[in-house]
Write a protein that binds this ligand. Structure first.
Ligand code: ZN
Length: 167
């Protein structure tokens, strides 16, 4: 069974700008992760990450847009990640307003981290719940289990529904 891939759902201008930004660095082994972290000014992060449909973790500076990190492609997961010494993940989220991945993407993120030789906490330390409002069409972050649109106050659906806008 393959994991669902998330397509970019953010603003078109950010996607356009990302075309000229450097993509994230693929990190597919413990050696690659160790090397990449050693090159960072602050090896603790947090960093921007995406997981490609190839299952490989890609890392970039935190200021990088996820769509740039992923080279504009669909992802299995995306968010922010912070490390402690020894390739240990201490914080990991699915916070990506570009892809709005469901928290159900965790197994794909865990697999990519394991492939990169990282130990992880067994789940998102900062899970983010995204929903698209069926009334106004905007994407909301559900705060503290409060399933109400921040834009129009309509009730939000119980299940992830942030599919890409019509292209
Ligand atoms: Zn709304």
């Amino acid at each position: 069974m393959s994991a669902p891939a998330y397509r970019y759902v953010g603003p078109p201008d950010i996607r356009a700008a990302a075309r000229t930004a450097p993509p994230g660095t693929p990190v597919g082994s413990a050696a690659e992760l160790t090397d990449w972290l050693a090159q960072q000014p602050d090896p603790a992060g947090p960093f921007t990450y995406t997981v490609g449909t190839d299952g490989v973790l890609r890392l970039a500076d935190r200021r990088s847009e996820h769509v740039a990190c992923a080279g504009g492609a669909a992802v299995l997961g995306a968010g922010e990640v912070a490390f402690a010494a020894g390739r240990r993940v201490v914080e990991v989220s699915n916070l990506s307003t570009g892809y709005c991945p469901d928290t159900a993407c965790w197994p794909a993120v865990a697999a990519a981290l394991e492939r990169a030789g990282a130990s992880h906490p067994g789940g998102f330390t900062h899970p983010v719940v995204f929903r698209r409002c069926v009334e106004c069409g905007e994407v909301s972050l559900v705060r503290e289990g409060f399933f109400v649109c921040v834009f129009c106050e309509a009730d939000l659906p119980g299940h992830w529904n942030v599919t890409p806008p019509q292209l």
